[in-house]
Design a protein around this ligand. Structure first.
Ligand code: PMP
Ligand code: GLN
Length: 381
C-alpha cells in the first residue's frame, strides 16, 4: 500500500500550502476559495447545528439533500433523476470517486484517465486492484486525440474518468467532444466516472454539459458533484453521486464501509444552498469570471503565457523561458521564495511526473489578494 499511497509523499497541494505558510507567500496553489462563502448557507449550517439532529443520517444521505441534488440537476441541466434510487451523498467528491472505483472495478480492469488529471484518481484505482491508463491532452489548447484514446483501449478497459470543467487546465469539453466521447464509450462498452465538481463554475455565458444528459449514456455515467466547490466551502467535504440504480448499488455498498455517512447539519445546509435561486449561481460565475479576468490580465502583463480558462477556478501558465531548467516544481519553489507567490506544478497531475511545462494558479481569491499577487509577480519579472 505504501508504494501506492506513499509514492509522492504528501500531496502537492499540502506541500505547497505548507511552503506558502512558512514563507508568508500568497497561496494561489491549493484550490480553495477566499471571500466567496455564501452567508445564507453558512447560517443554514449554524441553524441546523443548533437544532439537530446530530445522529447518523441514512447512509444514502438525507432525503432533503438527495431531493435537492435531483432538483438542482433538473433546473440547471434538465435532467430527470429519481432521488430515492439514483442519488447518494458522500463525504466529499474525493469519497465519491473512491466509492465508485472500489464499487465498480475488479482486479485487472483498466481505467482510462485523461491527463493532466486530478491527483486522487490513479492511486485509488490502483488500490482497487485496477490499472490507470493515461491518455494525454495536447497543449496549448489541451485537445483530445481520438486516435490516442482508441489506442489506449484493450479488452480489459472498464471505465474512463472525464473531468469537465477540468482541473488543472480550466478546459470545458465541447458538445462535439462529449459526443465523440459518448460514441467511444458506447463502442467499447465502458462506464464513465464523470467528475463534475466544477459544474457551476463555467464562464462567459457557457452552460455546463454532462454526458449524463445523452440518453444512451444515462445508464453508464456516474456523475459526481461537490458542495465544496458549489458553495466555496472546501472544508465541508460534502459530495454527491447521481447514477442509474444498477451502477449506484455497488457504489453504495463501498460507501457503507468507507464513511457510511456525512454530517447531518452540513447536509441540511447544502440542501438549502442547492435550492437557492439562479441569482446565486449566476452571481458566483460572474464574480469568479471577474477574478479570472484580473489574474489572467495580470499574469499576461507580467510576461506569463496563459491560455483561455472556460471553467474551474484555475489557470495554467507555461514555464517556458521563465525557468532556465524548465522544471515546474523548481519554478514554483523559486516563485514562492523570490516573488512571494505560490502556484502548484503541473507534473503532479501526471502519473509519470514527466510533464513539467506548466504551473497552476487558483484565482478564487479576493481582489486584494489577486492584485497583490500580480504586483509581486510583475516586480519579480
Ligand atoms: N475532483 C476534482 C477535479 C477536484 O478538483 C477536487 C477538489 N479539489 C475534488 C474532486 C475533490 O472534491 P472534494 O473536496 O469535494 O472531495
Ligand atoms: N482539489 C484541490 C486542488 O486541486 C486540492 C484538494 C487537496 O488539497 N487534496 O487544488
Amino acid at each position: 500500500a505504501n508504494s501506492i499511497f506513499g509514492a509522492a509523499g504528501t500531496t502537492i497541494f499540502e506541500a505547497m500550502s505548507r511552503l506558502a505558510a512558512e514563507t508568508g507567500s500568497i497561496n494561489l496553489g491549493q484550490g480553495f476559495p477566499e471571500g466567496l462563502e455564501p452567508r445564507e448557507v453558512i447560517e443554514a449550517a449554524a441553524r441546523a447545528m443548533r437544532e439537530g439532529p446530530h445522529q447518523y443520517p441514512s447512509m444514502m444521505g438525507t432525503p432533503a439533500l438527495r431531493q435537492a441534488v435531483a432538483a438542482n440537476a433538473k433546473r440547471n441541466l434538465g435532467l430527470d433523476v429519481d432521488w430515492e434510487r439514483e442519488v447518494m451523498v458522500t463525504s466529499g467528491a474525493t469519497e465519491a470517486l473512491a466509492d465508485a472505483f472500489f464499487g465498480l472495478l475488479d482486479t485487472g480492469d483498466e481505467v482510462i484517465v485523461l491527463e493532466p488529471a486530478y491527483d486522487s484518481y490513479a492511486p485509488i484505482v490502483r488500490r482497487a486492484g485496477a490499472v490507470p491508463v493515461a491518455v494525454r491532452l495536447t497543449p496549448p489548447d489541451w485537445s483530445l486525440s481520438l486516435d490516442q484514446l482508441n489506442a489506449a483501449v484493450t479488452p480489459r478497459t472498464r471505465a474512463i474518468v472525464i473531468n469537465t470543467p477540468m482541473n488543472p487546465i480550466g478546459k470545458v469539453f465541447s458538445a462535439a467532444e462529449l459526443r465523440s466521447l459518448a460514441d467511444f464509450v458506447l463502442a467499447h462498452d465502458l462506464v464513465v466516472i464523470a467528475d463534475e465538481v466544477y459544474e457551476h463554475l463555467v464562464f462567459d455565458g457557457r452552460r455546463h454539459r454532462t454526458l449524463f444528459a445523452i440518453p444512451e449514456m444515462r445508464e453508464r455515467v456516474v456523475r459526481i458533484g461537490s458542495a465544496g466547490k458549489t458553495f466555496s466551502v472546501t472544508g465541508w467535504k460534502v459530495g454527491y453521486i447521481t447514477a442509474d440504480a444498477k451502477l449506484l448499488g455497488p457504489i453504495a455498498r463501498a460507501h457503507q464501509y468507507i464513511t457510511f455517512t456525512t454530517p447531518p447539519a452540513l447536509q441540511a445546509a447544502v440542501a438549502f444552498g442547492l435550492a437557492l435561486p439562479d441569482s446565486y449561481f449566476d452571481g458566483l460565475r460572474a464574480d469568479l469570471g471577474r477574478r479570472r479576468d484580473l489574474l489572467l490580465a495580470g499574469l499576461r502583463g507580467a510576461g506569463f503565457e496563459v491560455g483561455d480558462v472556460a471553467g474551474t477556478y484555475f489557470a495554467v501558465a507555461a514555464v517556458g523561458d521563465l525557468d532556465p531548467d524548465r522544471d515546474d516544481l523548481a519554478f514554483c519553489r523559486r516563485l514562492t521564495h523570490e516573488a512571494g507567490v505560490t502556484a502548484v506544478p503541473i507534473s503532479s497531475f501526471y502519473g509519470a511526473r514527466d510533464v513539467k511545462s506548466h504551473i497552476r494558479f487558483c484565482f478564487a481569491k479576493t481582489t486584494d489578494t489577486l492584485e497583490e499577487a500580480v504586483r509581486r509577480l510583475t516586480s519579480w519579472r
